[in-house]
Design a binder for this molecule. Sequence first.
Ligand code: PLP
Length: 420
Amino acid sequence: MKLSRFGQRFARRTGARDLMDDLGAAMAGSSDMKMLGGGNPAHIPEIQTLMSERLREVAGSERELKRMLSNYPSPAGEEHFRAALAALLSREYGWNLGPENIALTGGSQGSFFLLFNLLAGELSSGGKQKILLPLTPEYIGYEDLGVSEDMLTSRKPEIEYLDNRIFKYRVDFTGMESLEDLGAICVSRPTNPTGNVLTDNEVSHLSELALHHDVPLIIDNAYGAPFPQIIFSDTQPIWDEHIILCMSLSKIGLPGARTGIVVANKDIIDALTSMNAVLSLAVGSVGPVMMQALVESGEILKLSREVIRPYYERKALQSVDWFHEVLDGLDYQIHKPEGALFLWLWFKGLPVSSEELYQRLKDRGVLVIAGQHFFPGLDEDWPHTRECIRVTYSQDDQMVREGIAIIADEVKRIFAEFGA
Ligand code: PLP
């Protein structure tokens, strides 16, 4: 079989494929692995109960069942959900937008595929545009999205040391104003893999930078406000005509529904609508119909604030404490956990690569993700990229605690082995 250039590019093995293979096997119960790797949200009992009640309601209503399963929605996504969400965002944040500012996709991973290829790559007038990731470490899923090679350019962060072995990455804006050939700027906030939340100042600086370059600022809000609000720091969400806010129903507890949400100006939404029609005619309505009533009533805000956020915050703080207990004696740092489902561990001077540490841990039945995958678009060789791992704390407490103990034991063994 002779594959096209597109075929070769998209059929190859990628970090995202490996990660999702591991995740799929672990979540299907076909492995005994301690799953501290992928980004599956927790099965929060209140959310599970709510979903099963909502499914029963839909099953009992002919009208809703038709909307969920029996009709094609419009290519921009299920109309009622988009209208309810536009109303919620206007009410809550005073943003001047309507349903024509919202498109749905088959998961926000799909949103990024569409957006990156819409805004970057080869130009019909010749030349190329790139997506700037102003701060790495950044989400692994951005890495292989480009239909053409070499679509990303990214930057190292500044590192701020805080108390008690906690640190925080900050955007280093040096030289960003004079960059050329940008198509968009993109950040995840809260950030996967680090749990960092860019400050309001950093985001307004990025917004100005986007205006200066006359490109959109894409904010990946998969974990942010108004839902699922897995965000522990006091920051404000932001949207404007030049900002593309990407959201998802996954981290609230519906990753199987594959629903991504893009909030943007009408031109971007119109382009995404055309792309949806070509790629899939329309995207699924299961997620939108499941969540519409909660969005319409605003109950989703209460749920996010009172159930989801505290659930993860407790787990995050607990996991940091467990790490401090077992890592005693090592030179380690933990990124300040401000949101998302992850802790980012930095073992300074780690004598093996983070990829080897991942393999060793996998052999001992613990899945984490090697840090070196989280620097998409960074050309520079920076030893820091090989000294970090991402640990997911969303799963069962007992499993997380046992996993953390094994991680600490393995890292200590490695340092001992190398006499470091
Ligand atoms: N963006 C970030 C930062 C993520 O962590 C993820 C998933 O882990 C996604 C986007 C993709 O989410 P989904 O495609 O499930 O909506």
